[in-house]
Design a protein around this ligand. Structure first.
Ligand SMILES: [Zn+2]
Length: 402
């Protein structure tokens, strides 16, 4: 078996699920089991690297002076939705286009998973049906390690200085919190955390959230006339006053939404939690404004109620940064041109650590890994695309592309 695939399979067997309930950094110490494994290999190769007090692994492979130092990043944690414990990856050699049986209960049919058709003839790594695979983002980890190993074992091949970082807690949105772009040292960087090998992602959502708290007036229901104000009923009405079609189930591509994540309440008190998303900053502001409008209308209708709306911005679309500093995009365009691969781009309907790094001063779009259906039991990796990504990232830091 190829060394890079062996490394990937070794990484996915390490349980590194992060935990949004935890307030520690990293959110679960087990995430560092993988970081330490990566550090062990790097030390074996004699590469300068360390894990800092926030659990971020930083290192550098010095290259040709005068060329921009290029950053590479992948995260070590896996998503909360599905367990990442006891991952038992299965390899399907030379996929024939049929139904893939994961276990007694679960299988993947090309009817349901349309993407499978393009992998006929490839080797796929799939789960055993009861965990996620963790190719998000251990494929990214293994791709970066394969590139580092390549340049260490081929000192005659000149390259940019490679600044690499392996980060915890991406899946719970805390990746950039303690990320030090100065220590990282890259002029610009790439996260290796997407799917399609020929896709570069540099547009993500602008994100905010809203917390609504409503205090009602509690009176015995038998004597409630003209006195009772039911907070739970106001909450239900509040939701109907927000843009009805701007909801996740009605939107795609660059359309934004408000999403009611959670609501609870009774006559005396009700609360709601929403997330708000749009690629366009002005449209995000308009969506945020709809919460204040709803508040105004209901406050007028129910003067005895106390309606509080708290709006908080979370992350921003990195396109803002990349429009001003397009070096990362110009560079990757040259890389794909030199490989004769057509480059595509789609807006991410979510966030990415790279957005946080970009706003901290290191423009960081996202590259693919050759893995799909992230966060669940149907996650899989195409070995051929994974290998192709190793070649693309190698080329990306090669001194041949200035
Ligand atoms: Zn990821």
């Amino acid at each position: 078996m190829e060394k890079s695939l062996e490394r990937f399979l070794r990484y996915v067997k390490i349980d590194t699920q992060s935990n949004s309930e935890s307030q520690t950094v990293p959110s679960d110490p087990k995430e560092l089991d993988l970081s330490r494994e990566i550090l062990r290999e790097l030390k074996e190769w004699g590469v300068e690297a360390h894990i800092d007090e926030f659990g971020v692994l930083y290192g550098k492979l010095p290259g040709v002076e005068g060329l921009d130092p290029i950053g590479l990043n992948a995260h070590v944690d896996t998503a909360e939705e599905t367990s990442g414990k006891n991952v038992k990856p299965q390899i399907i050699k030379n996929y024939d286009g049929g139904v893939i049986r994961l276990n007694e209960e679960y299988s993947m049919s090309p009817k349901e998973f349309k993407g499978l058709a393009k992998h006929i003839g490839e080797d796929l790594v799939v789960t055993s049906g009861d965990t996620l695979l963790g190719a998000d983002d251990k494929a990214g980890d293994a791709i970066i390690m394969a590139v580092l190993e390549h340049y260490i074992t081929h000192p005659e091949e000149k390259h940019h200085t490679i600044c690499f970082a392996f980060t915890p807690d991406e899946e719970i949105g805390r990746g950039p919190d303690h990320f030090d772009v100065k220590k990282f040292g890259a002029a610009y960087a790439y996260t290796v955390d997407g799917s399609e090998p020929n896709e570069i992602a540099f547009e993500n959502f602008n994100a905010a959230h809203a917390d609504i708290a409503i205090k009602g007036v509690v009176v015995h229901p038998g004597e409630a006339k003209n006195q009772m104000v039911n907070a739970a009923s106001i909450a239900a009405k509040f939701d109907t006053l927000l843009p009805e079609k701007a909801r996740p189930q009605y939107t795609e591509k660059r359309e934004g939404f408000v999403h009611l994540i959670e609501m609870s309440g009774d006559c005396g008190f009700a609360k709601m939690h929403y997330i708000i998303r749009d690629h366009d900053r002005n449209k995000l502001e308009a969506l945020k404004n709809s919460f204040l409008e709803a508040q105004k209308i209901l406050q007028k209708e129910f003067p005895a109620a106390e309606i509080e709306v708290k709006l908080v911005d979370d992350y921003r679309n990195m396109k803002e940064v990349l429009d001003k500093d397009p070096r990362a995009l110009t560079h990757i365009t040259k890389v794909f041109e030199s490989l004769n691969i057509p480059l595509i781009s789609n807006p991410i309907r979510g966030g990415t650590d790279g957005a946080g790094f970009s706003f901290k001063g290191c423009p960081t779009p996202n590259l693919g890994t050759g893995s799909y259906n992230h966060h669940g039991r149907f996650e899989y990796l195409s070995v051929q695309e994974f290998n192709q990504m190793i070649e693309i990232v190698k080329r990306c830091v090669s001194a041949e592309i200035e």
